[in-house]
Design a protein around this ligand. Structure first.
Ligand SMILES: [Zn+2]
Length: 195
């Protein structure tokens, strides 16, 4: 299945989940607009959860968790203490039983054992706890440097110098903008030379 344009999977489960929200752009940018969209995200995500039954209250719970992860990530970037309410909410989801794997009888592949959306949220919450709770991982939380993009991502590059959420998207845009700006200033110089 091709990855939908509207869902980005950069590589860190909890942050990829957090960016399904409007990221502060306004509610019309909300991407989990219906339980079916949450189901689609879970099937496209690295969790590869197919055919989960998702009710409106599951979606509401997912969005609350997502909001808490997003705000804690923003607080971490700003170097401030997150709201205790958000940390409590994240912890409550993280206490739930997460997804568990099992082996098929031929011992050649694995699958989730009785997956539920609640277990998926617990697994996402556990990933967030591991990220925020580890100073080395926390230091690799970045916001994309493209000013038209607010994605928060985990920098898993070896030197830890990644600047854009996706170099073939925001990186290219920034490079193209810099190129155009250079070109423009060159033209201005040429024009002023002929004066
Ligand atoms: Zn970006």
């Amino acid at each position: 299945m091709a990855i939908a344009k509207d869902f980005g999977f950069i590589g860190r489960l909890c942050l990829d989940f957090a960016q399904t929200g409007d990221m502060g752009w306004g509610t019309r940018f909300e991407r989990l607009t219906a339980p079916s969209e949450l189901r689609r995200w879970l099937s496209l995500s690295p969790l590869r959860l197919e055919r989960l039954s998702i009710h409106p209250e599951d979606l509401a719970r997912a969005k609350m968790l997502r909001g808490a992860i997003w705000r804690i990530a923003e607080a971490s970037l700003a170097g401030v203490i997150p709201r205790p309410k958000d940390v409590r909410l994240l912890n409550r989801r993280a206490w739930d039983r997460g997804l568990t794997r099992e082996l098929d009888l031929a011992a050649k592949s694995m699958r989730w054992h009785r997956p539920t959306v609640g277990a998926a949220l617990a697994t996402i919450a556990q990933d967030a706890v591991a990220l925020f709770g580890d100073p080395a991982q926390r230091a690799r939380i970045r916001r994309c440097e493209n000013s038209g993009c607010r994605v928060i991502f985990y920098d898993d590059s070896r030197p830890g110098l990644r600047r854009w959420c996706a170099s073939n998207r925001c990186g290219d845009r920034i490079r193209a903008k810099a190129y155009r700006a250079r070109h423009r200033s060159q033209r201005v110089d040429e024009c002023s030379d002929t004066d």
